[in-house]
Design a protein around this ligand. Sequence first.
Ligand code: FES
Length: 280
Amino acid sequence: MYKIRKAEKLADKIYLMDVEAPRVAKHCEPGQFVIVKMDDKGERIPLTICDYDREEGTITIVFQTVGASTEKMAQLKAGDSFRDFTGPLGCPSELISEDIESLKNKKILFVAGGVGAAPVYPQVKWMHAHGIDVDVIVGSKTKDMLILEKEMEAVAGNYYPCTDDGTYGHAGMVTTKIEALVAEGNKYDVCVAIGPMIMMKFVCLLTKKLEIPTIVSMNPIMVDGTGMCGACRLHVGDEIKFACVDGPEFDGHLVNFDEAMKRQQMYKTQEGRAMLKLQE
Ligand code: FES
């Protein structure tokens, strides 16, 4: 059993938990994820690692309620436990395996959408800890939905919040902020975009035009998380890749986002039935 040490609501439908999982905390790196299960019959839910404390033996996860299982998970409190907490899974972030000196010579842009700020945070924190200043754009629908702001500000070289409704920071989508920064003369060597698939798709369309290599972190439906079931398969260029073992990061300019979004829609009806059952 994996005890929840802290549980808090960050914004509407977005929750943060610190979970005691010493072995995962000892070995994980930014970019990797865990699969959690609340009980024996529970759904397996993949979640990117938002932060880790090797000394405390804890992992921080952030999730948004998007269906029956995550709604149920949001009701867990400090002191409750997860039945399973498997990880670290997937490959560490591509950038952190690069040579530190070559990273210092690069201008890196991170772009997060909504709850995507959670997986972006450990990468930016890692960069900061290694003396690398990066630009970070975080977008959300409204100011209330922006998460981890203080944390991100503390580790980002430049932090640019954006809201769709214009109530805070840059008014508009993250793509318009990227365009504005480039128009101001910023020349990025690489972009890392993490968030809803539709956001990553449009960031990639733009960065392809701007000729900025772009890494995305894919979050398709996962079942086993070990490359056996095929649930998380994606087309990346001409190849079929499994997000759980080959990713979750891929070259965003090669990912077939339309196909990935269509696959995600396949589960909507089952999800609707599960939600009704939860409300009975
Ligand atoms: Fe089963 Fe990736 S989740 S192959």
